[in-house]
Design a protein around this ligand. Sequence first.
Ligand code: PEP
Ligand code: MG
Length: 767
Amino acid sequence: MKTVVWFEEVGKEDVPLVGGKGANLGELTRAGFPIPPGFIVTSDAYFYFIKKTGIDKKIFPILDKLDVENTKALQEASEKIQKIILEAPIPEEIVHDIVDAYRELCRRATGSPRKCVWVAVRSSATAEDLPQASFAGQQATFLYVKGPEKVVEHVKKCWASLFTARAIYYRTKQGFDHKKVGIAVVVQKMVNSEVSGVMFTAHPVDGSPKIIIEAAYGLGEAVVSGMVTPDEYVVDKKTLRIIEKKIAKQTKMVVPKPEGGTEVVEVPPELQEKQKLPDEKIIELADIGRRIEKHYGHPQDVEWALEKGKLYIVQSRAITTIREAPVEEEHVEEGEPILRGIPASPGIGIGPVRIVLDIKDLPKVKEGDVLVTTMTTPDMVPAMQRAAAIVTDEGGLTSHAAIVSRELGIPAVVGTGKATKVLKDGEIVTVDAYKGVVYRGEVKHPEVEKKKQVEVIRSALPYPTATLVKVNVALPEAAERAAATGADGVGLLRAEHMITATGKHPVWFLLNDKLDELVEAVKRGIRIVAEKFYPKPVWYRTFDARTDEFRHLEGGETEPHEDNPMLGWHGIRRSLDQPELIMAEFEAIKQLHREGLDNVGVMIPFTINVEEYVEAKKLARKVGLIPHKMVDFGIMVETPAAALTIEDYLEAGMDFLSFGTNDLTQLTLGVDRNNERVQKLFNEEHPAVLSLIKHVIDVAKEYGVETSICGQAGSRPSMVRKLVRMGIDSVSANIDAVHKIREVVYREERRIMLEAARKRLELYDER
Ligand code: PEP
Ligand code: MG
């Protein structure tokens, strides 16, 4: 049995023994990259420990009897097991191996096995790459650990982390056998970085391959947290020539404290305006980047550090989204534009037209077809997922078609007025949903492809912002794409699709006395999203569909006919008329909280007075949701009434509020958001709308309540710039817009700081 292995002894095939993290470090070390040295306490050591001490006989019976749905029992079992592990003495032979390895690491680093070095101790999950299984080995990480006893103690802490309540819950739910899941522990020398940063081995600007390096003094966390602006160097990937350098002034840096931990200190004045990384190191680093990219066969996002003149690679991840090479400009052919509309979801789609005028036509939409319809409805979603592009007669940027296609990443042009009449079933068209044009035949656009590349690479660049950038999610199926944007949470999780995915209208559950099935459907949908984002907040917006939206569904035939569904029976006003339905939603959230998904909050839509909000909270209390745990509770500000009486809501107690600018604009301007005839008047940046928003932000600030936006305007740079200036706390954008919006927020925040600094200078000069 191997209890301890060195990085150089393992590779990617050794995940079961050393876990995912360990295997990756081994792979890079073996390939000759300068990885800080270290070893891994294998999963065999863990298994040996629990067997030899006999604690396996105590641990697993506790789990056998456990009902993981019983939160209290789960918590108690977790605490009991962790205590058993932490109190069990590690067998001498294993302690010996770990101490020996640590001494050897010290010797390699300092020349003497007695001179202790700082190490990082991290758990490395052996089941990490199985879906959902990352919970199986929790992410316990301890930085700046020193001395043999401390190292042994922290290895044990990592073992114990295999039995946190969440880890137990998920392994049980996923059907893992607790007895068979092991955990490895990585022990790696900390790099005392004088300079550190990130490197991207791909860059868009002019197509020629470039490497971008960002560098700052001290530990990398200063760059990642946005505390400092790093230097930026651009290196030609072929010749390794430095082609551009931007030197930033750095006054503060993060350094380790002698007793462990970190602190912020002043950069010595003579260094503040100097180039952080000397030219020869820039070239050396770029060369390493080039080689890592070659080793993995993918552009990489690399974290690096410089200690005593030596470069180290701390981590390397593939920029997985970059796949295609830049397109050669060979085949440019102008097609005949036959239709124009609103570009609602960017991209290009080419395929045969399928006209859907009735729900019965849906099955004829095949993979790769261009779906053409008057207006999409929720039951078209499966067909939309198959489509290469979507074109509609009606609808604007906030219409169902627009929202869903953006989320699915399918190009869409909406509000063309006549697509179903002009296009012929079966004819090939090219949908340019960047410009909002449909062409006859197949048309290639190199410049469009280039645009795609820029977006892909932008997504790899980190823009640390003080204003949170969140994402809107409507389909649980899109949770993975949404989470991959790195968004700071879900600012709007729409309920409608998780319910209608059952094929039934919510009232069906009520009429057929099947509310428990409704609870399950809501739970299923929210769980997928909340798990992907945990522990980032996910604001679930309670059911808010208009009466005309779900008529096709089973039970939908009972929906009343309204002349103005937009102003009709939907949102909280309807939920209060049918309290059983919203209570089922609250019940689902309560149960998810009990499972440990305590990141789910509740957002109340379309409210016009505080009484509605208070009533909703009462129902939540009745279900046991509010006293159970402090569930974040808030409203959508999407009626002028709510905006103008916001103080009443704040007095009633709220954790957050979010602007639903789709409705707020429609109601403030009297412009139907789905009527393409008046789309040109639909303007979220109209002074009246902005003034309502400003008022709400100002008042909310007095109450210390988080303000956010989840309407379509939160995905528009010009609007977001204004909101950042007004002091909004977070913005929630569509999946495809998150990266762009993060960049916009970042720049606007910096512009504001720069303006303030300039103003101070002016004042100073005047004095
Ligand atoms: C809004 O009104 O801005 C909003 C986000 O809600 P919906 O689009 O569902 O009306
Ligand atoms: Mg709304």
